[in-house]
Design a protein around this ligand. Structure first.
Ligand SMILES: NC(=O)c1ccc[n+]([C@@H]2O[C@H](COP(=O)([O-])OP(=O)(O)OC[C@H]3O[C@@H](n4cnc5c(N)ncnc54)[C@H](OP(=O)(O)O)[C@@H]3O)[C@@H](O)[C@H]2O)c1
Length: 252
């Protein structure tokens, strides 16, 4: 695939995508806000994997900065063959406990940026007749738990639509629905999930290995691990009143 552009590449799943794609001989464009951290990741990957690594710091809540990333995706002289829309964050407060601006920021990063970057990448890839777009959703997409779940449900529905729009073009779209994964996500969101048993947790390597295998096969909806695959199937088929009851009265 040549070059992969990964948002949220400074930590967690995005960082794991960067390492696995570098190991598979992709050059990389790394996007996140923390420039210092991105530079240190880039230095280590160049030294260990010997691939080319560009650093493109951007706050994806800001439209002007999303546009800079979109411009990079549109550069025909330096084509990007794989876009991974991974950047995202959660929160521990309920919808009405949170300043509305925080919910808007969540949509800016996890919905608007995903849409703008998919559009830019899709256009450039269709012109070349090949490429792949991988959007990170979540099993939370099936739940009724706040703006985060709603944003992830949008990513799932959008990516399925994208795969239809791209059909026959040589470009594929994959939505990845991880379950609980050990990254910085929960600490950053001040979510105390310490009571969840070990069996509920996935490691980033497992999630990304399956996600990339599914991207390579052109699978549209990828739910890493057998246990979350089964849970996802159940969540898709149980009545919505049960999902609402399980999601809790606070809408968290
Ligand atoms: N961990 C889980 O249990 C889990 C489960 C399902 C889905 N997911 C999804 O997986 C994706 C990756 O999360 P993670 O678990 O790897 O969490 P993480 O370790 O906290 O990584 C989140 C990444 O997103 C970047 N990011 C956050 N806000 C940004 C912004 N405004 N602009 C640009 N980059 C931003 C962060 O970088 P900077 O801080 O440097 O900007 C970081 O690189 C997210 O979309 C998340 O919703 C996670």
């Amino acid at each position: 695939m040549g070059t992969a552009l990964i948002t949220g590449a400074s930590s967690g799943l995005g960082l794991e995508f960067a390492w696995q794609l570098a190991a598979a001989r992709h050059n990389l464009v790394l996007v996140a806000r923390d420039e210092e951290r991105l530079n240190s990741v880039a230095e280590r990957i160049r030294a260990v994997a010997g691939v080319g690594v560009e650093v493109l710091p951007a706050d994806l809540a800001r439209r002007d900065q999303v546009d800079r990333v979109a411009d990079r995706l549109g550069q025909s002289a330096r084509p990007v063959g794989l876009l991974v829309n991974d950047a995202g964050f959660g929160g521990s407060a309920g919808f009405f406990e949170l300043p509305l601006a925080e919910s808007e920021r969540a949509l800016d990063v996890m919905v608007r940026a995903v849409m703008v970057l998919s559009h830019a990448a899709g256009e450039a890839m269709m012109e070349r007749g090949r490429g792949a777009i991988c959007n990170i959703s979540s099993v939370a997409a099936y739940m009724a738990s706040g703006t985060y779940a709603a944003a992830k449900a949008w990513v799932l529905a959008f990516t399925e639509s994208l795969s239809v729009a791209l059909s026959g073009t040589g470009v594929t779209a994959t939505a990845v629905l991880p379950g609980l994964t050990r990254t910085e996500f929960h600490e950053r969101a001040q979510l105390d999930y310490g009571h969840y048993p070990d069996v509920a947790w996935l490691d980033p390597a497992t999630v990304v290995t399956q996600a990339l295998a599914d991207v390579r096969r052109g699978i549209v909806v990828s739910t890493p691990s057998a246990r979350y695959g089964v849970l996802g199937q159940i969540a898709r088929h149980v009545p919505r009143w049960l999902i609402r009851a399980l999601s809790g009265p606070s809408g968290r």
